[in-house]
Design a protein around this ligand. Sequence first.
Ligand SMILES: Cc1cc2nc3c(=O)[nH]c(=O)nc-3n(C[C@H](O)[C@H](O)[C@H](O)COP(=O)(O)OP(=O)(O)OC[C@H]3O[C@@H](n4cnc5c(N)ncnc54)[C@H](O)[C@@H]3O)c2cc1C
Length: 217
Amino acid sequence: EINANTVTLGACVSHAAIEDARMPDATHGYLPRVASGIAYRAVRNRGTIGGSLANADPTADWLSCFTALEAQILISGPKGQRTSSIDEFVTGAMETTLEAGEMINGVRFPTLSKGARCGYAKISRKPGEFADAIAAIVHDPDNGRCRIVVGTTNGVPRQLAIGPLALSASTPLPQMLNSGAVREQLASHMPATDVYDLNIQCAVIERALANAHQVAS
Ligand SMILES: Cc1cc2nc3c(=O)[nH]c(=O)nc-3n(C[C@H](O)[C@H](O)[C@H](O)COP(=O)(O)OP(=O)(O)OC[C@H]3O[C@@H](n4cnc5c(N)ncnc54)[C@H](O)[C@@H]3O)c2cc1C
């Protein structure tokens, strides 16, 4: 469901349905791009948004993708209905605030403006495998939003702190971040990370920014 302010997807929507654009896409191709990179087609035919979010696997694609979109999780259970921001919903690796008897009904995120730019990148050892590094960016200066999210942190997806430059529509995305500062932030988010992991996390962020820039150009 798409209205003026929000887009809502039901929990049972499969990855393949999004990949095939069987419903209107309000994300300038961002969701279909992410969906098409999840595992391989047999998994995408069966896997659902609700199942993926309930699993809260740090290496899952929707988790980082929807965190960048500032999504809300729609939940129902014995005590009624509630809505939780995805930031509060995921509490750790494969841990959420879902209580016994609760179900995810869907996911809702703010409508993007025409000028919004979205990018996504992941690094996996081979195609179809869960990612070793994930980065997602949603840059929507007309709505005052910019999120750069790093997945695969062994815990919750992490947002990078970004400067005021990030909210300018004219800033070329690849130049938005200072790579030294990014490295420092990643090292503090993931203190146990070795140099190899830090390197691929930095590389995947650059690729996500380049992806957003390329798609928008
Ligand atoms: C071989 C393989 C490779 C994969 N590779 C990737 C990958 O690269 N990237 C990626 O993101 N994912 C990957 N996945 C995960 C896959 O995409 C699915 O998201 C995941 O398997 C969940 O599947 P499902 O939607 O059928 O949920 P299920 O398997 O049915 O459920 C998973 C869990 O969530 C619970 N659940 C399901 N729906 C809801 C709901 N609506 N409300 C509350 N709880 C619910 C179930 O009770 C269960 O505990 C992979 C899976 C496999 C098997």
